[in-house]
Design a protein around this ligand. Structure first.
Ligand code: UTP
Length: 475
């Protein structure tokens, strides 16, 4: 234990802090630690808000909400549906508004890539995963190629704000450095690192040690984006560049339609502060977050919290009432984010029971495969209820969503299913342009080659594709 004889004021201070929150075990191995290890542990402990942890363990939390009661009041959210043909004219106006905003440099992009990607089991940041079915491009390349294509098309340079976590930060920065920012200008690429939270033992509330001199911490969830975006100076940077709307997406979806014009356009027309792209659920119990309206505010009810009876409710046409499945793609009004960043309650922490391996009081490693710990995470969609005029815009799942979550062999969201979805969408574009593709042939289109199907006929001379082909601009 640190004592006066260590002559180290910081150590004495942390000893007092841990003691006042009954977390003394964090210093149990102090005497065995090297000077560097002590410094690191001191830094970790100093960064912990013990009062907040104590409150999160024992206090009220939105995780204790009465979901039966909430779901009974839930209705479908204000929506722009795909099937609303009478709205075709509105759609043209929306697309014009989106294109005008893009051309005027009012868009910024936030990519969250701080997750640990544990299900995929890839030993690098997930964005470095080679997913291109023909090109072998990484997820990061997919996203940056789309941004470069938007830049070319609208004559702008859209800034990319890329969120990492301590688990992915150094390697992500090094990857972009080694690959010349994948073509982005230095002032168009900004990394910001999200915060972490310690995990606690689910029974005792004791903070867990990952090693004798190291506290077990995890990234604070994709909802950690707002605090990190603000603290890092990126929020101010975006504002000073004239950004008014931020397109937000997750690293694991190579089909994402970045700055989707229909999504962005209706967001602008409806003066929405937060617009979410959704897909229509095909099954009431589908494992996606449900975007709903409760007491006049939009919110997400996780599939695990939605009672089956509510999930199965239908409207007078026999359609699912709670039909809108979230794909974690949002457009945020920047002024709304500025307002929300001043209000700590807008993004509460949630408790998740997870299996965590840790070091026990004897210094032994305890490997756990069952949930034994509580991790604290924030969810970005918790911003919804605070947003004015929030709406959802429906998109076709096959065109915008193919998340890479699991390793090969799992039932869904694997490298194979994601690659197949990319090939299907590329084939659809080619066929729409009157170019046939032989069965069992893999095709992939770089958006810098053709942004949409309309651009293909002028660029592809053969009317039939008979072998695996990657359509990419000649460098
Ligand atoms: P997931 O919830 O799918 O988590 O993240 P994950 O870390 O990628 O994968 P698993 O659960 O460990 O297998 C969805 C998106 O949110 C980002 C991820 O990088 C991914 O883009 N995310 C998640 C963060 O940026 N930070 C977090 O703390 C959590």
């Amino acid at each position: 234990m640190p004592s006066e004889t260590t002559n180290d004021a910081a150590a004495t201070d942390i000893a007092a802090r841990v003691a006042s929150y009954q977390q003394e075990h964090l210093l149990a191995f102090w005497d065995e630690l090297s000077v560097e290890e002590r410094a690191r542990l001191t830094e970790q402990i100093s960064a912990i808000d013990f009062a907040q942890i104590a409150e999160l363990i024992s206090g009220d939390s939105s995780d204790d909400d009465d979901w039966d009661a909430i779901a009974s009041r839930a209705t479908s959210p204000p929506a722009i549906r795909l099937s609303h043909h009478e709205k075709d004219r509105d759609e043209l106006v929306a697309i014009e508004a989106a294109e005008h905003a893009l051309r005027s440099g009012k868009l910024g992009v936030v990519l969250v890539a701080g997750g640990q990607g544990s299900r995929l089991g890839f030993p690098h940041p997930k964005g470095m995963y080679p997913i291109g079915p023909v090109s072998n491009r990484t997820l990061f390349e997919f996203h940056v190629d789309q941004i470069l294509a938007l830049n070319e098309r609208y004559g702008v340079s859209i800034p990319l704000y890329l969120m990492t976590s301590p688990a992915t930060h150094v390697e992500t920065i090094e990857y972009f450095r080694q690959h010349n920012n994948l073509g982005l200008a230095d002032d168009d690429l900004h990394f910001f690192c999200q915060g972490t939270m310690p995990a606690v033992d689910a029974e005792t509330g004791k903070i867990l040690l990952a090693d004798r001199g190291e506290i077990f911490v995890n990234p604070d969830g994709h909802g950690g984006m707002l605090e990190a975006f603000d603290k890092s100076g990126c929020l101010n940077h975006a504002s000073s560049r004239g950004v008014e709307q931020l397109f937000y997406f997750q690293v694991d979806n190579p089909l994402v339609s970045i700055c989707d014009r229909r999504l962005l356009g209706f967001h602008l027309l409806r003066e929405s502060e937060l617009t979410t792209q959704v897909i229509a659920k095909t099954n009431p119990l589908e494992r996606v977050g449900n975007v709903v309206l409760v007491d006049g505010r939009m919110m997400v009810i996780e599939y695990s919290d939605l009672p089956e009876s509510a999930a199965r409710r239908t409207d007078h046409d026999g359609e699912l009432e709670l039909w809108a499945g979230s794909i974690a793609v949002h457009v945020f009004d920047l002024a709304f984010l500025q307002r929300a960043s001043l209000d700590a309650s807008s993004l509460p922490f949630h408790r998740a029971h997870k299996a965590v391996s840790y070091i026990d009081g004897n210094g032994e490693q305890v490997v756990s495969t069952v949930p034994n710990a509580i991790k604290f995470e924030r969810f970005i969609f918790d911003l919804m209820p605070s947003a004015n005029n929030a709406i959802v815009v429906e998109a076709d799942v096959d065109r915008v969503f193919a998340p890479l979550k699991n390793a090969s062999g799992a039932a869904k969201d694997t490298p194979e299913t994601t690659r197949a979805a990319i090939v299907r969408e590329s084939k659809r574009m080619l066929e729409q342009a009157g170019i046939s593709v032989a069965d069992d042939v893999a095709v992939e289109i770089n958006p810098r080659f053709a942004f949409d199907a309309n651009e293909l006929p002028a660029k592809v001379t053969d009317r039939a594709v008979s072998r695996d082909t990657y359509f990419t601009p000649l460098e």
